[in-house]
Design a binder for this molecule. Structure first.
Ligand SMILES: *Cc1c(COP(=O)(O)O)cnc(C)c1O
Length: 494
C-alpha cells in the first residue's frame, strides 16, 4: 500500500513518503503528515517476540508504505549493524523502580544516531529514479552535525556540509566533527554564532541563483533536521522495541500500559511515542520533560504556546529550544486534520509569537501528555542522586527527564525514562554535578577524572578522539558559506 503525505497546512497536494523524505519540508512551510496514521496497527503478540530489526522493518513498512519490503530490509540492515556498540541497539536497563531506555549506543553517542543512521539509507533509496545528487546542508550547535556527518559519510549520491560556530562548541564536539572521515563530507567553522549559521543556511536554501547553478550539475539541496519524516519514523521503533523488552523480561504483561518520560526540545522524540501509541502500542502517559526553556511545560499547563521569552543557556543544550517545530504535527492530529486551523495557529506563532488552544483541545492534548521541567540545579542534583542512590551514571538531558519523572505520580504502570546521550559526551557538567571542581580542566581531563571517580568506562567513540587525525580545519566568514556549499558539492560529486 502506498502511503501519502501532505502538508500540515493544506491537503490539496499529496506526495509519496519518498518525496516527503527528499523534500524535508512542505512547499508552504508546513510539515509532512499522513492521514493513514493509525489505519494499520501492530500485532502486539508478535511484537514481543521480535528483534529490533524485525520491529524496525514493521514500523517502516507501516509508515513509509511506498518503500518495497526489500528496500526496507536493506535500509534496516544498513542502519543498525556493528555501528551500534550493542546488538540490542537501544537496550532497556533498570534505574530504581523505573527503566532507562538507552538511546546512545550509536557512533556519536547521542540518540539522534538512531534516526540519522537510517535517514541516509532512506534518502538514497528515495532518490533512485530521480538521478540527482543530494547535498545535505546543516547548521549545528554541536550534536546534530556530528550525527548527520556520521550517517551520511560515504553514502552514494549524497553529500553533507556542516557549519558550526567557531569557538562555541565543546572541545569534544569540535573534535567529533573535525575528525570525520569520508570523501563526501565537509565541515566548516564560521565566524559567528549558531543563530548566524542557521540564518545563513536558511538563506542558502532560499537562494534561487545557487539552486540554478547546482541544478545544472544535477544536484539538489536538502536538510537532515528533525522535521523530516525520515527522521521521525525510525524513532517510533524504539518505543515498540522497549515495550517488547519489558514484556520479555516479565516487567509487564502484553497489553499493560507503560508511561514514557522524554527529554524534549523539538518535540520529535516524544511525538514518535505518540505515533507508537497510534499504531496500537499500549502507551499510558507521555511526559514531556523540559529544561528552563520550558515553553512546552507552560503550554501544557495553560494552553498558550508563547515563545516571547528570554532564551536560556543550560547544561542540557540540545533542549535549549523555544520553537518546538514538531509540535505542529501534533496540532494536526489533535484537530483531526484541520489544516486551516493549524495554518492559522502557525501564523499566530510567527506573527505574534504565540497562539492559544481552546479548552476542548487542551483537554484532549492532556489526555495523553503531561509536562514538567527541571532547572540546572535540579538536573545536577538528579545526576548525583542517580549515581549515588541507583548506581547509574546519566547525562544532563536524561537527568532532566529523570527529575520530572521522579515528581510525577506513580499510577501503577511501568515507567520508562528515555536516555538520550552518553554521560561522557558532557563529562565536565556530569563531573561537576558529582561535586568535583572542574575549573581549568579540558574535555579529556574531565573524561579521565570521571572514569576514575565512577569506574564507568568512557565509550571508544569518544575516548578515541584523542588520537584521531583532524581532517577539517576550514574557517570562513558568513559571506563565504555559499561558496563553501558549492565547493562541497564539487568535491562530493566529482
Ligand atoms: C536532540 C536531543 C534531545 C531533544 O530531542 P527532540 O527530538 O528535539 O525533542 C534530547 N537530548 C539530546 C541528547 C539530544 O541530542
Amino acid at each position: 500500500m502506498k502511503t501519502f503525505y501532505h502538508s500540515t497546512r493544506g491537503n490539496d497536494q499529496t506526495v509519496t513518503s519518498k518525496q516527503a523524505i527528499l523534500a524535508g519540508i512542505a512547499p508552504d512551510g508546513g510539515l509532512f503528515v499522513s492521514d493513514q496514521l493509525g489505519e494499520k496497527s501492530l500485532d502486539l503478540a508478535r511484537v514481543s517476540s521480535q528483534t529490533y530489526h524485525e520491529t524496525a522493518r514493521q514500523v517502516l513498512s507501516t509508515l513509509l508504505g511506498d518503500f518495497s519490503d526489500d528496500e526496507v530490509a536493506s535500509c534496516v540492515a544498513g542502519a543498525y549493524a556493528d555501528n551500534f556498540d550493542t546488538p540490542a541497539i537501544t537496550p532497556v536497563t533498570p534505574i530504581g523502580d523505573d527503566w532507562l531506555l538507552e538511546l546512545y549506543h550509536g557512533p556519536t553517542c547521542a540518540f539522534k544516531d538512531v534516526a540519522l543512521q537510517m535517514l541516509p539509507h532512506l534518502m538514497s533509496r528515495a532518490r533512485v529514479g530521480d538521478g540527482r545528487d543530494v547535498m545535505i546542508v546543516t547548521a549545528t550547535s554541536g550534536d546534530t552535525g556530528k550525527a548527520a556527518l556520521a550517517g551520511f559519510a560515504g553514502v552514494e549520491g549524497c553529500g553533507i556540509c556542516v557549519f558550526y560556530p567557531e569557538g562555541k562548541v565543546s572541545d569534544i564536539q569540535r573534535l567529533q566533527m573535525a575528525t570525520q572521515q569520508g570523501e563526501n563530507v565537509s565541515v566548516v567553522a564560521i565566524r559567528g554564532t549558531f543563530d548566524d549559521a542557521q540564518t545563513q543556511v536558511k538563506r542558502i536554501f532560499a537562494d534561487e541563483a545557487l539552486r540554478g547553478r547546482l541544478a545544472e550539475k544535477s544536484c539538489v539541496l536538502s536538510s537532515a533536521n528533525s522535521i523530516n519524516v525520515g527522521r521521525l519514523v525510525p524513532q517510533v521503533t524504539y518505543y515498540v522495541d522497549a515495550y517488547a523488552q519489558l514484556v520479555r523480561s516479565g516487567a509487564v504483561s502484553a497489553g499493560d500500559e507503560v508511561d514514557f518520560c522524554v527529554p524534549t526540545g523539538n518535540f520529535g522524540d516524544v511525538l514518535a511515542g505518540y505515533y507508537a501509541k497510534r499504531l496500537g502500542l499500549p502507551v499510558g502517559r507521555l511526559i514531556v520533560a523540559s529544561n528552563t526553556n520550558k515553553v512546552l511545560t507552560d503550554f501544557l499547563e495553560t494552553g498558550t504556546y508563547d515563545r516571547r521569552r528570554e532564551f536560556k543557556k543550560t547544561i542540557s543544550p540540545s533542549m535549549d529550544i523555544l520553537v518546538s517545530s514538531n509540535l505542529e504535527r501534533m496540532l494536526y492530529y489533535l484537530t483531526d486534520g484541520d489544516c486551516k486551523r493549524v495554518a492559522s495557529l502557525m501564523a499566530d506563532l510567527s506573527e505574534k509569537g504565540l497562539y492559544t488552544l481552546d479548552a476542548a483541545l487542551l483537554d484532549r492534548l492532556r489526555e495523553t501528555f503531561d509536562g514538567g521541567f527541571a532547572t540546572d540545579d535540579e538536573t545536577r542534583a538528579t545526576i548525583r542522586s542517580a549515581w549515588e542512590r541507583d548506581g547509574v551514571l546519566i547525562d544532563p538531558h536524561t537527568a532532566v527527564a529523570k527529575c520530572v519523572l521522579d515528581r510525577a505520580p506513580r499510577e501503577g504502570r511501568a515507567r520508562v525514562c528515555l536516555s538520550t546521550a552518553n554521560p561522557y559526551k558532557f563529562s565536565a557538567d556530569v563531573l561537576a554535578a558529582l561535586g568535583r571542581d572542574t575549573s581549568g580542566m579540558g574535555g579529556f581531563a574531565c573524561m579521565d577524572a570521571l572514569q576514575e571517580l565512577t569506574g564507568v568506562t568512557a565509550p571508544a567513540q569518544l575516548s578515541g578522539l584523542r588520537d584521531a587525525a583532524v581532517l577539517h580545519e576550514a574557517v570562513c566568514d558568513q559571506a563565504e558559506m555559499t561558496a563553501a556549499v558549492e565547493a562541497a558539492c564539487a568535491r562530493a560529486f566529482a
